[in-house]
Design a protein around this ligand. Structure first.
Ligand code: CA2
Length: 151
């Protein structure tokens, strides 16, 4: 059975690899996505990627994902810490979403310690750099497998 996953990235993540490599690593967003695609090669997994700097476009991407995706690997960027609109979109769609961060947000400024999204997500992965996305995807796929009705 094909598993369809949206890899959704929020504000400023299009700048990955251009600045702050000590915090976010040297990979560009395209590198991160290529890594993910390599990681699932040979498995029946379809990945679609969306990045936006605009909160409403991220809400729209979640609404649209409801029509085709089994789950979402989502790095909401700074919206993590204050977007009630994204929280409502996640809970409203009922999608299995893994909140994903490159950096360990809990080891950084206090305002990054709080997520308004985590409580409505399936899980949270943070602090493994680009590998956070691989861990998040594996966790999501394992969860989806366990949901599959026994044949
Ligand atoms: O650690 C993460 O993945 C974050 O979601 C990244 C967000 C930050 O606001 C969150 O607290 C944690 C920031 C993404 C900005 O990415 C940049 C990358 C390169 C240069 C400038 C910004």
């Amino acid at each position: 059975m094909t598993r369809r996953v949206l890899v959704l990235n929020g504000p400023n993540l299009n700048l990955l690899g251009t600045r702050e490599p000590e915090v976010y690593g040297a990979d560009t967003l395209d590198d991160v996505l290529a890594n993910l695609r390599r990681h699932v090669e040979g498995r029946d997994v379809e990945l679609r990627a969306v990045q936006s700097n605009i909160e409403g476009e991220l809400v729209d991407a979640l609404h649209e994902a409801r029509t085709w995706a089994d789950g979402v690997v989502f790095n909401p960027g700074a919206f993590t810490h204050y977007s009630i609109a994204l929280r409502d979109a996640i809970s409203g769609t009922g999608l299995a979403v893994v909140e994903t961060h490159l950096s360990n947000v809990h080891a950084r400024e206090e305002f990054r310690h709080r997520s308004v999204l985590a409580a409505v997500c399936l899980g949270v992965v943070a602090g493994f750099g680009a590998d956070s996305y691989l861990v998040a995807l594996d966790g999501l796929l394992r969860h989806l497998e366990q949901q599959e009705p026994a044949s």
